[in-house]
Design a protein around this ligand. Sequence first.
Ligand SMILES: *Cc1c(COP(=O)(O)O)cnc(C)c1O
Length: 238
Amino acid sequence: MVDLERLRRNLEAVQARIAQAIARSGRAPGSARLVTVTKRSSADCIAPLLGLGACDFGENYPQELVHKFEATAALEPRPRWHLIGHLQTNKVKKLIGPLGSALVMIHAIDSLKLLDTVSAAAESTGIHPDVCLQVNTSDEESKHGWSPEGLMAELDQIVRPRAVRIVGLMTMAALGTDAESARGSFVRLRELRETIERQSGLALPELSMGMTNDFETAVEEGATLVRVGSAIFEGVES
Ligand SMILES: *Cc1c(COP(=O)(O)O)cnc(C)c1O
C-alpha cells in the first residue's frame, strides 16, 4: 500500500527545502532539480509522483532501472530515468538502447573504459544519454570515481569528442557524514569543475551531488541535481 498523502507531504517538504537552500545562496529559482531515487520503493509510487510534478527518477542498478522503466512505460508524462549507481561495462548494452530516450543521464561514469563503452553503445543505438563523471572528493578508499588528480591526469583523453555529451560532475559525500562535514566534498567538486572548464574549455553545467542527509548543503555549494530517496519515501509504503 502506498500512503499517497504521506508521499505528497514528503515530496513537498523536500522541494521546499531545495527552494529555500536555493534562495539562501542567492541562486536562480529552479536552478537545482530533484532526482527522486526510487531504489528502495516499488514502481507503484511512480504514477502518483508524476501526478505531483516529479518527473526525474534515479535507480542504482541497470536491471532495476529497466524493470521500473517497463512497469511505468505507459504513464504520462513519461518518467525521465537516471542511472545514479556504478555501471559495469558489461551492463551498458542492457541499458542503452532498451530504454530509448527515457534514459536521460548516466551519473557515475568512473573510467575512460566505461566512457568509451557508453559512447560506442550510443553510437550503435542512436540513443545518446548525457553523462556525468564521478569524482571521489571524500578520499574514501571504497568509493568509485576518479580522484581529482587522476581526472586531471586523464583530462585530454576524457574530453575527446564522443557520442555522448559530458555535462557535469558527480560525487557522494563520505558514508555517515553529516551535512556540514559533507560540505568540503561539495566545494571540492565545484572547484574541480572550474579547473576543468578553464583547462579544457569543456562546459560542465551540471553538479550531481547531495542526498537525503546533505542535499541542502549541496545546493548551497552549487548542486544542480540532488539525488534524494529516503526523505521522499519515509513512511510511504507498508
Ligand atoms: C541511494 C542513493 C541516493 C539516495 O540516497 P538517500 O539517502 O536515500 O536520499 C543518492 N545517490 C546515490 C548514488 C545512491 O546510491
